[in-house]
Design a binder for this molecule. Sequence first.
Ligand code: PHE
Length: 357
Amino acid sequence: MNKIEDQKKAALQAVSNSSSIEELEALKIQYIGKEGIFKLILRDLGGLPPEQKREVGATANSATQAVTNAIILQKGALEAEHLTKRLERERVDLSLPSATRPKGGVHPTMQVMDEMIAIFADMGFEVAEGPDIEDDFHNFTALNFPEKHPAREMHDTFFFHPNEGGVRKLLRTHTSPVQIRTMISGKPPFRLIVPGRVFRNNSDQTHTPMFHQIEGLVIDKTIHMGHLKWVFDTFIARFFETDKVITQFRPHHFPFTEPSAEMDVRYTRNGNELKIGDGDKWMEILGSGMVHPNVLTACGIDPNEYQGFAFGMGVDRLAMLKYGVPDLRDMFAADTRWLNHYGFSGFSAPNSVSGLS
Ligand code: PHE
């Protein structure tokens, strides 16, 4: 009897001192398992007189019960403590700034393209795209460049080697071939912009062999150059976030527009700072004109029914002007230090509600 009480005391003490689930499992086996101490005592009851047998049996059973309960309670306590410790250990303070600053950012050219898309989308323009590798038809012929015309050479075209059939593919020299592709595959009216990469074999301080353009095309029954001027003035005002915009058309020549004009915008230079929209100097920003009847005809559109304007702008130059990037070649040097300085956050997409940049 006393032996049982002693064992029970020792068991309860060990259980309450146990500090892990594994330890508790071992105690469970030691005391109340199939081969546990209390089971062995009960097994040895055989030789005792019946009176004593009952008493010892009852004591052993109640000791088993008491130890079982203690184990269950201790197990619950240990599990709760384990969870609390784990939560404490794995706590993440979301208010802390991240330890490493993300490298790089959105390239100013891509930022400016997104800004342009946001502005033109507000005016109801769709975005169209085309391939970088073009053929002669889409890049030149359908755009009314006569065969052997020097303008084809003026574009400093990168040609591929001719294929077995003698056909030479080329890297598109402007985004205008996408005018052709969309007019051939769709039906007027059209109101679209084409942001994209273009290529010319030309490299110096102000030219890189790859750069970016954004093309515009509006075709309907009564579109005229007044619409072009309004679109351009509105675009410049919103893009440079200024109310005062003074622009002018200057006669020019493109084979695919008639009449053709370059558009200039007034600006002033104050030391290194450039102010667009107002001032006493003219800066050329885009090439434009009314789409040539030959181009409409090449795309299966009746020039007696439809007319419209097209324009093309250099995106990288506008990015440099807006964000004060001094050298064009740095734009494509793929230097993360440069991108850290001039890049934009990928989490703030330009839009007309919360602002462009
Ligand atoms: N494609 C012309 C260029 O690259 C620009 C342009 C586009 C001019 C559309 C007129 C109309 O120089």
